[in-house]
Design a protein. Structure first.
Length: 562
């Protein structure tokens, strides 16, 4: 059975729906619409996994002040999975001890401990950071460094408990003219002296006292001594910039053996004292006590008419330049008197009354000329030659072991003993030397170092850097003024020449017949070589050849370092 009412209603409904759709379609066309379907609804994002914990790369760490330590943080889920893209904030619980950056870099500020905390979405984790602070700097190294041979100092930063810390050090020297120090603590001895070497870090400083000492060349000296068959030999290299930069000694104080010679022994330098007498004269001239032009007659008024006419106007400079025409050595009886000064006065009286050995202005080697000059200096300076040499020259340059006469008593081995050559044997001469009145001409002994100090002053004076001697006076003592037949002109205690290694050069050979010494001084290049032995073979030339060989080795050392 059909239901016409129901069908009719269904048909009517469909008709209304078509009409509505047609109306919409027509309206869309009339309004210019495209007829696109509506946009889909925005999806709802999933809920993020909540952070259940934060883990750190380190739970503890140790750094130094200004040091850094990198921390990293990982947020994790309840299952322990790492969660990315989460914001982490950092904070230090003690920012005066350690600070922390936005990316977890911890920097030490001061000694102590600090808790560094990382937080993300309410969850956090902390690391305990200990900051170690430098409490002291300790410097270690050698007490002495040889000139020309590098040394090394080390520095260590330590905590208050003594634990070592890593640090960058700044190195300095209190006396770079003596010892220089590099940025890595390498020490370079430049000249004799002492320096305080400092290493600083974090505002703290450690120090070390280091003394520059001459290079030890004992092996070089011994090789020459053995080759030439000497009892003992000593040598030194002196430079204007460094003073005594190398020295060595070898052999025994007696040729028969026994006590070894030492670097602190004294050596008789014979006529090499003449150059030193010239330096003392230059000191007296600078002090205004005497002039180079001071005459013999003016300094010995008590001799009156006994002074020969040829000598009355002879000057101090002429006496020292061997140009006074005065003979060489008087008879032993001329040195009358108990004291050395009395003997000089007596010898001067004898010499000034004796006939000339040559015309004034010509070269005549004369020990008594230096005796007279020494007497003039001591009168001008109101003292004794011996005392003045020590006080006015030795002490100011640091030469503390200048003495006069034999180096040691008869039978003693306290110092090197002089020897002469008898056949092929060296024979000791017990307490042998010239009479006391001859001091100014060649009766002194001193250590090789003290002789080097005087030579150093000569080098300085020639360059105008001495406080004891004016440069003009210094130049006068080393300028050859008296012609020598067949040889180099004589200056004041020196023969003057030129050498490729020294430029203007002076030299002298000295002996009291049982000891022998030599000195070569390159004035333009500021270098000198000195050597001495406790033996003299003036006729056979053994000691001369040995000293020349020693000077040659010193020159090689200076030029090549070997």
């Amino acid at each position: 059975m059909s239901h016409p009412h129901v069908v009719r209603n269904a048909t009517h409904a469909r008709s209304r729906l078509w009409a509505f759709c047609l109306g919409i379609s027509m309206a869309a066309v009339a309004c210019g619409g495209g007829g696109d379907p509506a946009a889909p609804p925005t999806p709802i994002p999933p809920t993020p996994t909540p952070i259940a914990s934060v883990t750190l790369s380190h739970t503890a760490g140790t750094i130094q002040v200004t040091g850094t330590f990198q921390l990293s943080a990982v947020p994790r889920s309840a299952a322990g999975a790492a969660l990315s893209g989460r914001t982490v904030s950092w904070i230090s619980g003690a920012p005066t001890v350690a600070s922390v950056s936005a990316d977890g870099l911890v920097t030490g500020v001061s000694g102590g401990t600090a808790s560094i905390t990382a937080t993300s979405e309410g969850q956090s984790a902390s690391a305990m950071i200990t900051v170690l602070q430098i409490a002291s700097v300790v410097v270690a190294g050698p007490a002495t460094v040889e000139i020309g041979i590098p040394g090394a100092a080390t520095a260590e930063a330590r905590t208050s408990a003594g634990a070592p810390l890593i640090a960058a050090f700044t190195w300095t020297s209190s006396n770079a003219a003596a010892i220089a120090v590099s940025s890595g603590g390498v020490l370079t001895a430049v000249s004799a002296g002492t320096a305080i070497i400092s290493a600083s870090a974090a505002g703290l400083t450690g120090t070390l006292s280091v003394t520059a000492v001459p290079r030890n060349i004992n092996t070089i000296v011994d090789s020459v001594r053995i080759a030439r068959g000497l009892p003992a030999l000593v040598g030194a290299l002196v430079t204007r910039g460094g003073g005594v930069v190398a020295l060595g000694v070898a052999g025994t104080r007696r040729a028969t053996g026994g006590a070894a010679a030492t670097i602190n022994d004294v050596w008789h330098i014979g006529s090499n004292l003449k150059a030193i007498t010239g330096v003392l004269a230059a000191v007296a001239v600078k002090q205004g006590r005497i002039a180079w032009t001071t005459s013999v007659a003016s300094m010995f008024p008590e001799l009156g008419s006994t002074i020969r006419t040829e000598y009355r106007n002879v000057t101090l400079a002429e006496l020292l330049a061997m140009a006074g025409g005065i003979r060489n050595d008087p008879p032993a009886g001329a040195y009358a008197g108990v004291t050395a000064r009395a003997q000089r006065d007596a010898a001067a009286a004898w010499g000034l009354a004796a006939a000339p050995i040559g015309p004034r202005g010509s070269f005549s080697y004369s020990n008594i000329s230096y005796v007279i000059a020494g007497a003039m200096i001591e009168r001008a300076m109101n003292g004794t030659y011996e005392g003045l040499l020590v006080s006015a020259l030795g002490t100011p340059v640091g030469a503390t072991q200048i003495g006069f006469g034999p180096t040691t008593a008869a039978g003693s081995t306290a110092q090197p003993v002089g020897h002469s050559r008898v056949g092929s044997t060296w024979v000791a001469c017990e307490a042998c030397d010239n009479p006391p009145g001859l001091s100014a001409a060649g009766r002194a002994h001193m250590t090789i170092s003290d002789w080097g100090r005087v030579i150093h002053e000569i080098l300085k004076a020639d360059a105008g850097t001495s406080t004891l001697i004016d440069v003009a006076d210094a130049r006068r003592t080393v300028t050859g003024v008296t012609p020598v037949t067949g040889g180099d002109p004589y200056a004041i205690g020196w023969n003057a020449t030129t050498r490729s290694w020294g430029g203007r050069t002076v030299y002298h050979d000295g002996s009291n017949t049982t000891n022998h010494s030599v000195a070569w001084v390159g004035l333009d290049n500021g270098v000198a070589f000195i050597a001495a032995t406790n033996a003299a073979d003036l006729n056979g030339g053994t000691s001369s050849a040995a000293l020349d060989a020693m000077v040659g080795r010193l020159l090689s050392l200076h030029q090549s370092g070997r």
